[in-house]
Design a protein. Structure first.
Length: 314
């Protein structure tokens, strides 16, 4: 491995599974630089000018201003709408079989190459300005893993984060405000439990395993273990990424101390928090989720609930 190699820790899995919390933990060390869900940078950052994790608008964030200048000569040096169009074209569910079978030659190579060139410049700029730290991208959509692996001199570490499907489905029913959009009140989309269940099973977990376990650096972890034993889980991630295990003094007695600002372009609202954050399991779904919804989600997702060890406890 040379100094110029790009190293990416890509967090994949379903939303509402703790990816932003995990990213915040790793960002407290000198090994990683957290960037949030990078697939949303083009619209939520450049076009919509939403809040960065530092609480400044994207256009006012010194971190991203430096990255844009280094990568593209400024944000006007890139066509974000073109990148968004390409991304949306290839992240649809119908594209998944081609990702698994690697039939990219059947698609528009010029558009894929434009996307790759753009994210390559972005990654190289981030790494150059951050002392070659490992870049965390918590975008979660697994299709990007294969595209990232096509970038020359790039090492991708796939961190597959899973959480009990019933807890995830219950969370996606809740109405949550998007506080990263200043000046207006907007809420995240709500999904019915059966919708979340099918996405959790097929698009997020089955697809991730089919795509990644053949030839990528791959580690699967559970949200529940992250909460119950964060220190041990973080150590496994450092071993996985072949990096030195640092002192984990920012974790103590069920709390995470967030002292370092992360310039994350998208993610859970915990990315805006500072100071002590309680690490507490949210098991409200067990009592508050309707029996019908709980049964339906269990029936749909039972193969991977069993695979991930959830039936042994519930």
């Amino acid at each position: 491995m040379t100094e110029n190699n790009i190293r990416i820790l890509y967090i994949t899995g379903e939303g509402r599974s703790g990816s932003t919390l995990l990213e915040q933990m790793l960002a407290q060390t000198e090994t990683f630089v957290a960037t949030g869900e990078l697939r949303h940078l083009w619209e939520r950052g450049i076009i919509e000018d939403q809040l960065c994790g530092c609480t400044h608008r994207f256009s006012e964030c010194s971190f991203w201003n430096q990255v844009m200048i280094e990568a593209f000569g400024g944000k006007n040096g890139i066509n974000p709408k073109k990148i968004i169009s390409i991304r949306r074209k290839y992240e649809i569910f119908q594209f998944i079989p081609s990702c698994i079978l690697e039939f990219l030659h059947l698609y528009d190579i010029d558009s894929i190459q434009y996307y790759l060139n753009s994210v390559t410049k972005l990654f190289r700029a981030i790494q150059k300005l951050n002392e070659n730290k490992i870049i965390i991208d918590s975008s979660k959509n697994a299709w990007q893993i294969m595209l990232y692996s096509l970038i020359p001199n790039t090492e991708v570490f796939v961190l597959h984060l899973v959480r009990d499907s019933r807890a995830v489905a219950f969370s996606w029913e809740k109405r949550k405000q998007r506080i990263e959009i200043p000046g207006k009140v907007e809420y995240m989309r709500i999904y019915k439990p059966y919708q979340t269940a099918w996405r959790w099973l097929l698009k997020r977990n089955l697809f991730t395993e089919l795509l990644t376990k053949r030839k990528y650096n791959y580690l699967r972890i559970r949200y529940e273990d992250l909460i119950n034993n964060p220190g041990q889980l973080l150590k496994s991630i450092f071993l996985f990424t072949k990096t030195k295990i640092p002192k984990l003094s920012f974790i103590e007695k069920g709390f995470l101390n967030i002292n370092k600002i992360s310039h994350t372009v998208s993610g859970n609202s915990i990315r805006f928090q500072r100071g002590k954050v309680r690490l507490q399991m949210d098991n409200s779904w067990k009592k508050e989720m309707s029996k019908i919804d709980k049964f339906l989600v269990t029936v749909i997702t039972w193969p991977f609930l069993l695979r991930y060890g959830y039936f042994s406890k519930h």
